[in-house]
Design a binder for this molecule. Structure first.
Ligand code: 0L1
Ligand code: MG
Length: 252
């Protein structure tokens, strides 16, 4: 987000259909691509039953990941560019070959799997939005961090019911299981294929697929070390920059 300023929901003033919301999302991403920030993958939202129920929706949503929003594992994210960021632990897949909409074996296109963190931030005041609003806002995608990629070739990497924890400065803030991601995060690959096909998004070789959150999202605070651990896959971390004083100096 360039101005880090919350706005009222789009749908308050201009009711929009889901297809129109995806058109808004594509137009926003096209602006970024035009600024030299390419799309490098997609993400799914509402992959947990609890969150989907809370929103009253029965299907996942898809957003796009652009290169500038990737933060290296162990890197630092600057909250000053965000409104009310939250973080959630996820699983990521990387395609070894193009995933076409008509493939009947989407998992065969996956080359690697990794633990991941997603930073979500909504441009809407108080994180309140309709389904169409959040789709237009690129599904709140604000940043992501990928841990070490592991081969997925034999498909047996134990990602289906793996324990997940999210900690801030070593203190566990959320615990869950990858089973909270569509019952099995591997299902996210077929879901991404279906949603990408429906909304005109390409999934070329090398694309990252962020499968969805394994726990509730936690509000980010300045100056903390955030770490997610996925049993069998390992850990991934990111630091948040310290709070800055009005004159621009950092605390600590
Ligand atoms: O990645 C996500 O699950 C977020 C989807 C959008 C809903 C939200 O911002 O909480
Ligand atoms: Mg997410």
């Amino acid at each position: 987000m360039r101005n880090a300023t919350a706005i009222t929901q789009l749908s308050d003033e201009h009711p929009l259909t889901l297809d129109e919301a995806y058109a808004v999302q594509r137009a926003g991403i096209a602006l970024r691509v035009g600024r030299g920030d390419p799309v490098i993958g997609v993400k799914l939202g509402f992959t947990s039953e609890a969150k989907a129920r809370q929103m009253g929706v029965s299907d996942v949503i898809i957003g796009q990941l652009t290169a500038s929003t990737e933060v290296p594992d162990g890197g630092t994210v600057d909250l000053a560019t965000m409104v009310h960021p939250r973080v959630e632990p996820e699983v990521a897949f990387r395609l070894g070959e193009e995933l076409s909409p008509d493939s009947d074996d989407p998992l065969s296109a996956v080359a690697e799997v990794a633990p991941a963190l997603e930073v979500i931030d909504s441009r809407y005041r108080d994180f309140r939005f309709s389904l169409e609003d959040v789709v237009a806002d690129n599904t709140s995608a604000a940043g992501f961090v990928i841990g070490e990629w592991l081969p997925f070739a034999d498909r047996s990497a134990s990602v289906d019911d793996a324990e997940v924890s999210l900690s801030f400065d070593g203190q566990v803030r959320e615990q869950g299981s990858t089973a909270d991601i569509l019952g099995d995060p591997r299902r996210a690959v077929a879901a991404a294929q279906r949603m990408a096909g429906r909304h005109g998004l390409a999934l070329p070789a090398g694309s990252i697929i962020l499968a969805g959150a394994a726990t509730a999202a936690v509000a980010l605070e300045p100056g903390v070390l955030v770490e997610a651990t996925v049993a069998g896959l390992g850990s991934v971390s990111v630091r948040t920059a310290p709070a800055s004083t009005p004159d621009g100096d950092d605390h600590g």
